[in-house]
Every structure is written in C-alpha cells, then in structure tokens.
Design a protein around this ligand. Structure first.
Ligand SMILES: CC(C)(COP(=O)(O)OP(=O)(O)OC[C@H]1O[C@@H](n2cnc3c(N)ncnc32)[C@H](O)[C@@H]1OP(=O)(O)O)[C@@H](O)C(=O)NCCC(=O)NCCS
Length: 230
C-alpha cells in the first residue's frame, strides 16, 4: 500500500483526497496504479461535506493555507486557540493538512474547514478528536476569522459537529476547553448545553500574565442543537 504522506506522487494524491468529496471509500492514484483507501473506522460513517442551513463543512485543502496563515496568526484568534507563542508558518499548515488526511484515515480526528453555503467563502476551521472510542469521548475545537464573528456561524458549526459526534458516531460525551479570557467561546458552548466541569489553574502565560483553562463537557442527553435566526 502506498504511503500517502511520503509517496513520490504526493501532490496528486493530496489533490485526489482534498478536492473530492470524502466518503467511506476514496479512490486515488499513485503513479500509474489506482488504489481504494478505506477511511477511518467509525469516521467513515460521516458523509462529507457536512451541510447546515448556512454552512458547508468540508475537508481542508492545501489552497486554504494562505487564509489559515493570515487569520489564525491574528492575535484575536491566535491567543485563545494556541498554547504556542510563535506565529504559525507555512510548514505548520502544510503539516496540518497532511495530518488531517492521516488522522481522518485512521479515524482519530476529523478536521474540517468552515465555509459559507452558496459562496464557498472560507471562514475558519473546526475539529473533533475521536481517539477515545472505548469511552465514547470526543474533544471539540473551533475558530473563525474575525470578520465572521457574531453572526451565529460559530454556534452553527459547533452544533453540526456535536450532532455528528452524537448521532453519527454515537459518542457519549464531547469535551472542550477554553482559556478564561474567552467569554465568547464559553457562551457558545453553554448555548449548546456544555457545562463547565473544572479548571486548570495558570496553564498559559500570555502577555506576562497567567491564565486558567476552563474545562467544559457535553453529554449526549444534554445537547441543545443551535438553530440560527433567519
Ligand atoms: C469563539 C468563536 C468561534 C465564536 O464565534 P461566533 O460565530 O462569533 O459566535 P456565536 O455563534 O456564538 O455567535 C452568536 C452571536 O451571534 C449573534 N447572531 C447574529 N446573527 C445571528 C443569527 N442569524 N443566528 C444566531 N445568532 C446570531 C447572536 O446574537 C449571538 O450573540 P451573543 O453571543 O451576544 O448572544 C469566535 O469568536 C472565534 O473564532 N474566536 C477566536 C478563536 C476562539 O476563541 N476559538 C475557540 C477556542 S476555545
């Protein structure tokens, strides 16, 4: 079997994976040979792209990288998302796209780009870590470029992924963690039914100050799907 990440004809493979719809099986070429990849354990149940009333969540592509670099490196997004202190570089984002491919294939994580339905405008990203199948647990993370905040898009994307977590993947709970200086994200989580369950003290040093991380959890039985206003 061809190793997708390091194969000589990797760009061709990446294009085949990233631009096509993501289904349980993906056909791709390596040189002159054709392969059928069986994807991702239970993640193979997810039908991509995911459509909501205003959004399309699709697999990230190499062509998304300039957008990711521009908006993820803005302090308003970077500070609440990362522990790291140095800006993201192109190589980090190429690694991210490759890793997304690998992790979707081995069923350990689903990373998706958030776009506007109709125009396909790229707005941000969302991910669900699914490494703990035995305990039915997932970990949610998300971000939007600042021009798209406060329109309900964040809640709509997070709600769609929680719906997949509970209805399609049959997870029992979804975790999320938020730095204490991010009330917008906490509000989003509470809107979906997440409950603050604990706190890691002084885990992040930003701007010379220590910040806590608040740990949220959502049980399948407490999930309140988000419906945007028309
Ligand atoms: C956190 C983040 C994703 C929130 O995204 P968002 O889309 O602005 O948040 P929401 O979905 O909660 O927006 C809902 C708000 O939009 C308003 N809104 C506007 N149009 C709306 C519509 N059609 N339907 C519903 N709500 C709408 C609502 O009134 C609501 O306002 P409120 O929060 O004052 O009640 C975004 O701020 C972000 O990316 N931040 C930086 C990265 C980050 O913090 N990531 C999370 C790390 S834990």
């Amino acid at each position: 079997m061809c190793n997708i990440s390091f194969c000589r004809s990797e760009p061709t493979l990446l294009r085949a994976f990233l631009h096509g719809g993501w289904t349980a099986r993906v056909i791709f070429r390596c040189g002159s040979r054709k392969f059928v990849a069986k994807l991702g354990g239970r993640l193979a149940r997810v039908r991509l792209p995911v459509r909501t009333s205003r959004l399309v969540l699709r697999f990230p592509q190499l062509s998304d990288i300039p957008f990711f670099l521009r908006y993820l490196n803005e302090p308003a997004v970077f500070d609440p998302v990362f522990y790291r202190h140095t800006p993201l570089k192109r190589t980090d984002e190429v690694d991210f796209v490759r890793r997304s491919l690998r992790e979707a294939r081995d069923g350990s994580r689903l990373n998706l780009a958030i776009t506007i339905r109709g125009t396909r405008t790229l707005m941000g990203g969302i991910g669900l870590d699914t490494t703990d199948w035995e305990n039915g647990r997932g970990q949610l993370g998300y971000w939007l470029a600042k021009p798209y905040w406060h329109k309900g898009y964040g809640s709509e994307a997070a709600s769609a992924v929680c719906r997949i977590a509970f209805r399609t993947l049959k997870l029992h709970r979804v975790d999320a963690s938020v730095f204490q200086f991010n009330p917008r994200s906490m509000k989003l989580l509470r809107r979906l039914g997440f409950v603050a369950e604990g706190r890691k003290r002084s885990v992040l040093n930003r701007g010379g100050r220590w910040h806590d991380e608040v740990l949220f959890g959502l049980l399948a039985t407490d999930f309140r799907p988000f419906l945007p206003r028309k």
